[in-house]
Design a protein around this ligand. Structure first.
Ligand code: ZN
Length: 466
């Protein structure tokens, strides 16, 4: 048995059932789980009474400590194509048409390097659990390549085996060249489940199945993926849904139904399903989400950059929908800062839009932090992450709040994490192991990683004729 002590945080945010926030708080970790939380004084006397000697002590003075943040939707490979189309302002379908041929140049190395870079950025912004959606497998690219990057970094990972099968020749959006044969897709889904999926509590890796969107796969592929996932414990289903008005229109024209009714008709609702975006649900659709316990990942930066709209997070949350947070992108966000994304969620919900009054208290800083922790855990169908309490996974992060950006925010250091400029994490612990230490990932050659990544990014552009 080995112990790690995170000691003396300015405030320890537990996200436990009572939402306790403990001044001068400490967390004692035993192996992979939280053993005890409390004030530094309480934890120190507990340690003495049990004759415990922690092997490692992290001094959290000057930090707010909270459960590790959970990212529920992402495309890590898109770090390779940041700013293409977003600077000039393309909307979703035009942006996708511009990017598909560039993404078609990816290979295994490009997937690995981009995943590593994106995950590093996420880790430094406070993420400890990351779901990713990889839905193109050109050349020799495989899901295995991003799994290798995640394992090297020690992040808790939910990679989803995505897919596209409805090419332009069949009325879909992507060119046929980036679509796959449906039997091949199913075979590879089965392969990655059997090779990598761990359904056990405290799992560091769970596979999900994720046909890309209604406009890029056939109904048959959606049905077959759902059937396959449900043969295995804890293999969840994921897709993009109700992201734009264009998509709602596409579903009505092609399938004669709005997006959620369409997915319901395919068996794609339930507590093992989560959708990215859900910007345009009507009140009946929100009720369907509640009744079926289907989850939603909110991606505010992406929704703003592509002008997709404002997702009614307050309404869905009040109705009882499971909602988490995701940076999406990275090419439809151009950033991977998860704490920053929580700030975006807080700000965007306060803005008024047709049918909704502006209201500063529609979404508080604590609402947004809950979305990024407990919300994400619920969306990924996990009861072992998202809060700090006895027996929970030992995933936590510390953000410095005694520096320049937070000067003057002593009245509420927790809210200050989001109302002030979001910081990078000073330390993180994942699965009981220190990952970020003093703002850095030990052993990582950042310069070499960025240089290698940029070479891949340039190669993709050249090969795509840009
Ligand atoms: Zn996405």
């Amino acid at each position: 048995m080995s112990y790690l002590l995170v000691d003396n945080a300015e405030i320890l945010v537990t996200m436990n059932a009572g939402r306790d926030e403990i001044p001068r708080g400490s967390v004692l970790i035993r192996d992979r789980v939280v053993e005890k939380t409390g004030s530094s004084k309480e934890i120190r006397s507990f340690i003495e009474s049990r004759d415990i000697t922690p092997e490692h002590i992290i001094d959290a003075q000057g930090c707010v400590v909270l459960p590790g943040l959970v990212n529920c939707h992402h495309h890590l490979y898109q770090t390779l194509t940041r700013t293409i189309g977003t600077g000039e302002g393309k909307s979703l379908f035009d942006w996708l048409r511009l990017l598909y041929p560039i993404w078609a140049q990816m290979d295994a190395d490009a997937v690995y390097v981009s995943a590593k870079l994106g995950l590093v950025e996420l880790l430094l912004s406070g993420a400890t659990t990351v779901a990713d959606h990889l839905y193109l497998f050109p050349n020799d690219a495989r899901l295995d390549d991003e799994i290798r990057a995640a394992r090297e970094l020690g992040v808790r990972f939910h990679p989803t085996r995505g897919s596209m099968s409805l090419g332009q020749s069949q009325g879909g959006l992507p060119p046929d060249s980036v679509c796959e044969d449906e039997d091949d897709i199913l075979r590879d889904c089965e392969r990655v489940i059997s090779e990598f999926h761990d359904p056990e509590p405290l799992s560091m890796l769970r596979i999900g199945l994720a046909p890309c969107s209604p406009f890029s796969v056939t109904p048959e592929l959606m049905r077959r993926c759902a059937a396959l996932a449900r043969q295995h414990a804890k293999v969840n289903l994921h897709t993009h849904l109700a992201e734009t008005v264009d998509e709602n229109r596409f579903c009505e024209q092609k399938f004669g139904m709005r997006p959620i009714a369409y997915l319901e008709s395919l068996g794609w609702t339930g507590d093992d399903v989560w959708y990215a975006h859900m910007v345009h649900p009507d009140p009946d659709e929100i009720q369907t989400l509640v009744a079926t316990q289907s989850g939603v990942c909110h991606c505010p930066s992406s929704n703003m950059i592509l002008a997709s709209g404002i997702a009614p997070i307050r309404e869905m949350s009040d109705a009882g929908v499971r909602i988490g947070l995701g940076v999406d992108g990275s090419a439809s966000n151009d950033g991977n800062h998860l704490l920053g994304e929580a700030r975006q969620a807080m700000l965007l919900q306060r803005v008024g839009w047709p049918g909704f009054e502006s209201s500063a208290d529609r979404f508080t800083a604590r609402d947004a932090l809950e979305l990024a922790t407990l919300g994400g855990a619920a969306v990924l169908n996990r009861d072992d992450i998202g809060s700090l309490a006895q027996g929970m996974a030992a995933d936590l992060v510390g953000f410095i709040v005694d520096g320049l950006a937070h000067a003057g925010s002593q009245s509420d250091l927790v809210a200050g994490l989001l109302t002030c400029t979001p910081a990078n994490t000073w330390f993180s612990v994942i699965n009981g192991k220190p990952v970020v230490q003093e703002g850095k990932i030990p052993g990582l050659d950042m310069q070499a990683l960025v240089a290698n990544h940029n070479q891949h990014a340039k190669r993709l552009l050249q090969q795509a004729g840009h």
